[in-house]
Unconditional design. Structure first.
Length: 211
């Protein structure tokens, strides 16, 4: 499996490409912006993008969805909780300088579902707190984490639908039980090992461990 993260847009959100190296099948997580740039990378890597998935429906993760869907002829897959968020995307997008018409979604992804790319299968974890619709995707030693946990930090909870207690509960119950050698590919910033976050992330060593 090959994983590429490409920072895009004013918030440097990590668009994430996950490719099965044998079949070249690829999942494109979080089509936030600069779609042409991402697709050029995919072309150079000979990736065949077969699924388009949002870890959650905040604007920096979905602003490029319509362009990506048109170019790839795919539908955006999201959590059912994100459906109502897509309906309100226009005014929120405008506040960030984006002019976006309504985004249509395709498949709905729930906790317990599985997402397969080539010979690799990801388990879906619902991890609300940063956003009520936040999904993480786990396979052996790999976590596509969205904005739940970062290197040295966690997702903000001051946006609509955010809840700090829910976020800490999600991290404690869904993320921390994963193997220590799990590599976290977050929605912003560099990848990190779960073991390092357990030891060094102040939000985990402090608040989560006190729960």
């Amino acid at each position: 499996m090959k994983i590429l993260q490409i920072p895009v847009g004013p918030l440097e959100m990590n668009a994430t490409l996950v490719m099965d190296e044998e079949s070249k099948e690829t999942i494109f997580f979080d089509p936030g912006d600069e779609i042409e740039k991402i697709l050029k990378v995919a072309e150079l890597e000979k990736m065949e993008i077969t699924r388009l998935i949002a870890t959650h429906c905040h604007i920096d993760h979905i602003a490029g969805s319509n362009e990506a869907m048109e170019k790839l002829q795919l539908r955006l897959e999201i959590s059912p909780i994100g459906v109502s968020m897509l309906g309100n995307v226009g005014p929120i997008a405008a506040s960030f300088g984006y002019q976006i018409s309504k985004i249509k979604h395709g498949g709905l992804l729930n906790e317990g579902d599985k997402v397969t790319v080539g010979n690799t299968t990801f388990d879906i974890l619902h991890c609300p707190g940063h956003s009520p619709d936040s999904l993480c995707f786990y396979t052996d030693g790999i976590l596509i984490g969205g904005d739940v946990i970062f290197k040295g930090s966690v997702g903000r909870t001051d946006l609509p639908g955010g809840n700090p207690n829910e976020l800490m509960k999600s991290i404690k119950e869904k993320i921390l039980p994963l193997p220590n050698n799990t590599i976290i590919y977050p929605g912003h910033g560099p990848e990190t090992f779960l073991e390092d976050e357990k030891k060094n992330n102040p939000f985990i060593t402090g608040r989560v461990n006190l729960m």
